[in-house]
Design a protein around this ligand. Structure first.
Ligand SMILES: Cc1ncc(COP(=O)(O)O)c(C=O)c1O
Length: 385
């Protein structure tokens, strides 16, 4: 039995762990050296905090292929970003084209608007392995389709959507992308891919701390803020300022977290996004190969390669996924996630609702030895030895 005293973390799709040491160091330095309230005062600490925010915004704009960093808005996670976009861009009578692979951070606001504002939803067909075909888009568009919402990398199957092909087929609709799982690992370029609204979270593949995330909004588009209040700008006015990004950033921002996110982005720049992707792909491939040798498992999702990220879902005959996750943690020191992963629609699409799946999500800091330990543990559990 593997040594459970050195736990193996394979839940990077929930949040990446560990973070690069540079992230903790950057945050520690910020806490020690400056007060963290930007844009509210003219003293040196406030200016230093403003610089942290500005420089991170610039980095994110460059990272996601956006020309103008004032189109980058910070939120506390991708859920908040998606809510701002969905509530702000849709009006009664609009239609939305989306997929059966969306997370509840998309499905819940959409279902709410369907009920309360008469938004009409239509869904692209999903294959048994959780993929969509961009060629299905044009015939499902109508003059009323305001938004196409796509999960770039499924947190259930690992399937990666071909955003460039989707962007080419979007017609007059706006393309909103949930990049929660892909940002930092797969290429994302707003200009090249025709993305109008890109939502990201900071604490997964971008290696930032929890409490960070945001969205990038294509030039010319405006949407109303969900929150209003002090922005440190236009303080003489009692109305919310109109300009981006201030109109969406009320209240003291998470300067500490945003500083950590900048360090995460710098780690990716120095390591190379493609190096990270290749390492994760190698571990995923190793895992999938090994799983195919273990009796009683059903593994979901597409084959490894450009169309698959580092997320592997499975079920085991005769064992509940909750039981499996518990056993792995308690007896083998392996942290995986069992259940619906906040994406019941995706499980309906691949036939694993309501039990869900056991999910492994290797990250950049996992090793081949850890994957071998997972395979040995699953083999032992499945053979009952
Ligand atoms: C595809 C997808 N969208 C949205 C989210 C929500 O992320 P957050 O909790 O950071 O808002 C997740 C997180 O698991 C996700 O996997």
């Amino acid at each position: 039995m593997p040594d459970s005293s050195s736990p193996i973390y394979l839940d990077n799709a929930a949040t990446s762990f560990p973070k690069p040491p540079e992230v903790a160091e950057a945050m520690h330095r910020l806490l020690r050296e400056i007060s963290l309230s930007p844009g509210r005062s003219a003293h040196r600490f406030s200016l230093a905090a403003s610089r942290v925010i500005f420089e991170t915004r610039e980095r994110l704009a460059e990272f996601f292929g956006c020309q103008n960093s004032s189109r980058v808005v910070f939120t506390s996670n991708v859920t908040e970003a998606l809510n701002v976009g969905i509530f702000g861009l849709l009006t009664p009578g609009d239609q939305v084209l989306t997929t059966g692979m969306e997370h509840n951070s998309v499905m819940r606001p959409l279902r709410h608007l369907e009920k309360t504002k008469g938004i009409r939803l239509s869904f692209l067909p999903t294959s048994a392995i959780g993929t969509i075909d961009p060629d299905d888009i044009p015939r499902r568009l109508s003059a009323k389709t305001r938004l196409i919402i796509i999960n770039h990398l499924s947190n259930v199957t690992g399937a990666v959507a071909d955003l460039a092909a989707i962007g080419n087929r979007k017609g007059e609709a706006l393309l909103m992308v949930d990049a929660a799982q892909s940002a930092g690992v797969f290429p994302l370029d707003m200009e090249e891919m025709g993305i109008d609204f890109l939502a990201f979270t900071g604490h997964k593949g971008l290696f930032g701390p929890t409490g960070t995330g945001g969205f990038l909004l294509r030039e010319e588009l405006m949407l109303p803020p969900l929150t209003m209040g002090g922005t440190g700008s236009n303080s003489e006015q009692e109305e919310q300022p109109q300009g981006m990004p201030d109109c969406h950033e009320s209240g003291t921002p998470n300067t500490l977290g945003i500083g950590g996110l900048a360090a995460g982005l710098e780690f990716i720049r120095q390591t190379g996004r493609e190096t990270i992707r290749r390492h994760e792909e190698h571990l995923t491939s190793l895992l999938l190969d090994g799983l195919s040798q273990i009796k009683g498992l059903t593994v979901y999702g597409p084959p490894v390669g450009a169309g698959r990220g580092s997320v592997v879902s499975l079920t085991m005959a005769g064992r509940s996924v909750a039981d499996l996750a518990f056993l792995l943690d308690r007896h083998y020191g392996i942290m995986a996630r069992g259940g619906l992963h906040c994406a019941p629609a995706a499980h309906r699409s691949i036939g694993t609702f309501p039990q869900g799946t056991l999910r492994f999500s290797p990250g950049f800091f996992n090793t081949e030895a850890e994957i071998q330990a997972v395979l040995a543990a699953l083999d032992q559990i499945s053979s009952g030895s």
